[in-house]
Design a protein around this ligand. Structure first.
Ligand SMILES: NC(=O)c1ccc[n+]([C@@H]2O[C@H](COP(=O)([O-])OP(=O)(O)OC[C@H]3O[C@@H](n4cnc5c(N)ncnc54)[C@H](O)[C@@H]3O)[C@@H](O)[C@H]2O)c1
Ligand SMILES: O=C(CO)[C@@H](O)[C@H](O)[C@H](O)[C@H](O)COP(=O)(O)O
Ligand SMILES: [Co+2]
Length: 399
């Protein structure tokens, strides 16, 4: 037998990326969009990818910003919405990077738009030359409170959410809340779906803020400093956005590469991914997440982990923010079980289901049964009726 040799390579990859609020981002005197982390300016032609609505609403301002700053820029406009989180759109970005002649490090593309274009460009950047930096400017509420913190990007493929993706955080994400002034109501409610998740898993104060001011924040598009004024420094809008981002950052940082598949931020993302894909284009991501939060809360209440009053309070807050608690596809036991089976594969063979033990607290379950799922589906049926005026009721009570 010839001797067999072996080698082992070990390396560490320190990662640092920043999420910065920058008011008046498109003011030509504001240098934030031009700087790379470390303060340098980029070189070469910069590709700026714009969400189509952003181009319509802010395209002239964006073009004037770069031309006043004498930056050589080329533009690509892509559509938002979930159906466009596709491999075709990723390749469109790759082709444009080739055309523009993007440098390996010094001319990072800039993406300005919602979570969909951020994910598409994020994946393209992580594949291009095996990974180039990019700059992310989220312009939706969901983008600013959730995508802004993310290290990963993903696209939908084969009927599954985020089936293809990568972990390549952009060195810099810039948030200007002024973009929210033009975001349609439904999209703002959609963003509230992810804030609702964050409040439920770890932040009672955030939940109380949503309870009291959520509807008003949507109405005023997070723009009015007087909305929900508590007389404290900073506005309620600042506090809600700040707490959501800080909560997400605190959860992601210690487990950025998701080696631990017990993740509380997966709350709201256990049963919904397949339902959301099947419902396309009817349900938006944050809407499906909010429904999954309630589906999971029904299981928790059925087990006695939370009480009926807490369950009703959770459903009432969702409704107050204009988020429907249920959808007929959440009553389809076979579909929900199929979705859970895929989630179990995603969590490497375990359910790891984040489950509320109170508002702002979670535990993880690995023994949720088909019977419990059936009862939760029936409970979602009860909430469909409730959409027409009946108050939510504990699952199992009308079986
Ligand atoms: N990478 C991650 O870890 C991560 C984290 C959270 C969410 N996401 C993804 O984000 C996606 C959802 O993002 P989204 O809710 O922003 O959806 P989206 O990107 O489809 O944007 C929603 C709509 O708002 C429009 N829009 C964007 N900015 C606007 C503005 N300022 N004014 C008016 N209209 C504007 C878009 O054109 C689109 O029609 C989901 O696919 C989700 O998976 C990814
Ligand atoms: O929707 C997303 C990511 O697309 C985020 O809101 C969310 O917090 C998490 O990343 C979820 O835990 C979902 O993760 P995954 O199913 O995409 O792996
Ligand atoms: Co999500």
């Amino acid at each position: 037998m010839p001797r067999q040799q072996s080698w082992k390579i070990q390396a560490e990859l320190p990662v640092e990326y920043e999420i910065i609020e920058s008011h008046g981002l498109l003011d030509p005197d504001n240098p934030d969009l031009l700087r790379l982390p470390g303060g340098r300016r980029g070189t070469g032609t910069r590709l700026v990818v714009l969400d189509h609505s952003v181009d319509e609403l802010y395209g002239a301002e964006i073009r004037s910003y770069f031309s006043k700053n004498k930056v050589v820029v080329d533009y690509l406009t892509l559509p938002g919405s979930e159906e466009n989180k596709s491999i075709e759109r990723v390749l469109e970005v790759v082709n444009k990077l080739n055309e523009v002649g993007t440098n390996r490090l010094s001319s990072p593309p800039i993406v300005i738009g919602g979570g969909v274009v951020a994910d598409v460009v994020g994946l393209a950047a992580s594949l291009y030359r095996r990974g180039i930096p990019f700059v992310r400017v989220p312009t939706t509420l969901l983008g600013q409170v959730d995508v802004s913190v993310a290290a990963k990007s993903g696209i939908n493929y084969g009927g599954y959410r985020n089936r293809l993706g990568a972990y390549t955080p952009p060195p810099r994400t810039l948030i200007d809340r002024r973009f929210l002034a033009t975001v349609p109501d439904r999209q703002l409610r959609n963003g509230m779906g992810e804030i609702f998740k964050m409040a439920l898993i770890k932040d009672l104060r955030l939940f109380e803020l949503l309870e009291e001011y959520g509807a008003e924040l949507i109405e005023t598009r997070f723009q009015d400093p007087r909305a929900g004024s508590t007389g404290l420094p900073g506005t309620v809008a600042d506090e809600v956005i700040g707490r959501a981002i800080a909560g997400m950052a605190e959860e992601l940082q210690p487990n950025l590469w998701e080696k631990d598949l017990q993740r509380s931020v997966d709350y709201g993302h256990s049963f919904s991914p397949l339902v959301e894909m099947r419902a396309l284009p009817e349900l938006l991501h944050g809407e499906a997440v909010a429904m999954d939060c309630i589906f999971s809360a029904l299981i928790a209440a059925d087990r006695g982990l939370i009480d009926d009053a807490q369950l009703e309070r959770i459903i009432a807050v969702a409704r107050r923010m204009g988020l429907e608690p249920s959808h007929p596809l959440f009553c389809d036991v076979a579909l929900v079980l199929d979705g859970l089976a895929d989630t179990v594969r995603h969590r490497d063979g375990r359910q790891n289901l984040p489950m509320l033990t109170g508002i702002g607290q979670v535990c993880f379950l690995n023994d949720v049964t088909e019977n419990e799922i059936e009862r939760a589906c029936a409970g979602m049926g009860g909430l469909l009726d409730a959409n027409a005026g009946r108050p939510g009721q504990r699952i199992g009570s009308d079986l």
